[in-house]
Structures are given as structure tokens and as C-alpha cells.
Design a protein around this ligand. Sequence first.
Ligand code: ZN
Length: 155
Amino acid sequence: MRLEDPLFTSEIRARAALEKARWPDGPVCPHCNAAERIARIDGQSHRDGLLYCNQCKRQFTVTVGTVFQGSKIALTKWLLAIHLLATRAQLSVSELQRLLGVTYKTAWLMARRLRKGTGEAYLDDAVLAEASRAVAAAAPREDRGKRQAEQPAVH
Ligand SMILES: [Zn+2]
């Protein structure tokens, strides 16, 4: 994967790919393991990627129970860190810091968390790359519309 891959540049795409990787058959509630009657909560007032379980009446996102939980670091940066650690031997914390655009302390903490082992099989460079491709194939039109909308108007 190139570092310009949407997986590493778009928070929406990163989240979608992570969901695809973690839940290939659709969201599963981390609280009660229900795989049905899960609703997506959309709207400006809600956190991105918020889901609601109609079984146990609790909310969750794809990061609940992962090494990302509770961190303020963007998912794009976490996924890029996973990719870099998987593909570059002898990657130093300074290099990670530079490539991620975070502080040295943050890069160090991320590397430590990821190297300790996430215990999550889907947090794997190949699995995430595959999920990213699946997401891209599923929503090409949406992406195009978004890219056009980001273009500044020319008069
Ligand atoms: Zn539940």
C-alpha cells in the first residue's frame, strides 16, 4: 500500500476499513455479542461511527475493546503505524514520528502498544489492506462525490 492510500488519509475510510476487517459479516456488539438489530446512529451531534445495539441498549464503535480505544489519535495514524511497523524493518521511533506527524512521545507510545501485540488478528497490514480495497470497491461513487465537493470553486 502507498502512504497516500485513503486508509491512511481519510478518517471515514479508515473507520470503514476497520469495521470491514473486524466485522466482515456486519457489526457485532462488543457488550453482548449480538450480531443482529444493530443500528447506525448518524447525525452531527454524534461521534463518528457510533452504533447502537437494540439487544442490550448500549452504544459502541469499532474501536471499543481495541488498542485504539480511548486514544485521541486519529485512526488513519494508527492504521499507518500498523502498516509501517509491519513493512519496515528497523523502523525507529523518530521515523515513525516523522511519517505519522505526531510527537515523539505519541509515536513511542503507539509503537509500544502495537509491538506489545494487539491480540486482534484483524489488526494486520494485509487484512486492513484487503478491507480497504473492499470498501473502495463498494463505495466508489460516494468517494468521487466527496472529492469533487472538496475542490474549491473556480469563478
Ligand atoms: Zn449489545
